[in-house]
Ligand binder design. Structure first.
Ligand code: IMP
Ligand code: MG
Length: 183
């Protein structure tokens, strides 16, 4: 494995920039293949912001012209594992009635965050709520949820980069990696 050292932390690359770009393009075409109507894309902030930005541009390349609005959720966790509560820190301002919605998140782990967001938008009358995640950690599911579109299955490690953080750091990395010596 290749890695880099930043501020004393060694980060091993798990998914490279090129691997991610290729997968993102495939996901965009898979979304287009579902022929969504009046599509609203909803990135779940903060961790999904780089994935969402790349996926949206790839969606343009795949012939889609969605609208975009943002939701910020906090799921309360003990250190690095998710616990039960999800709170809306910032809601979308768009009416989803009769629209197809694509929720985008960075990681699907317990599934609580996305299950919460999906139920919320479905209850508001969305025609269909699809979900796209960059990474799936299937070993920790607590809610009944599988993403409609998944980038990669993630090793059972705390990963950073490509939007994902450890204590607000490492979001800028263009790849997904894991910290071999966490803070
Ligand atoms: P869950 O599916 O509700 O457990 O929440 C998944 C969320 O937990 C993701 O959106 C991330 O914000 C966070 N998360 C889970 N695993 C990791 C990780 O390895 N690195 C960074 N964030 C993570
Ligand atoms: Mg998140």
């Amino acid at each position: 494995m290749t890695g880099i050292t930043i501020d004393g932390h060694t980060i091993e690359i798990v998914f490279s920039e090129a691997e991610i770009a290729a997968r993102v393009a495939e996901i965009a075409h898979a979304v287009a293949g579902r022929d969504p109507e009046r599509l609203l894309v909803v990135p779940v902030l903060k961790g999904s912001f780089i994935f969402a930005a790349d996926l949206l541009r790839a969606m343009h390349g795949a012939g889609l012209s969605p609208e975009v609005d943002f939701m910020m959720l906090a799921s309360y966790r003990a250190q690095t594992s998710s616990s039960g509560q999800v709170e809306v820190l910032r809601d979308i301002q768009t009416d989803v009635t009769e629209r197809d919605v694509l929720l985008i998140d960075d990681i699907l782990e317990s599934g609580r965050t996305l299950a919460f967001a999906k139920d919320l938008l479905a209850a508001r009358g969305a025609r269909q709520v699809l979900t796209a995640v960059l990474l799936d950690k299937p070993g920790h599911r607590a809610a009944e949820l599988d993403a409609d579109f998944t980038g990669f299955e993630c090793p059972d490690k705390f990963v950073v980069g490509y939007g994902m953080d450890m204590a607000h750091a490492f979001r800028e990395l263009p790849f997904v990696g894991y910290v071999t010596n966490p803070k």
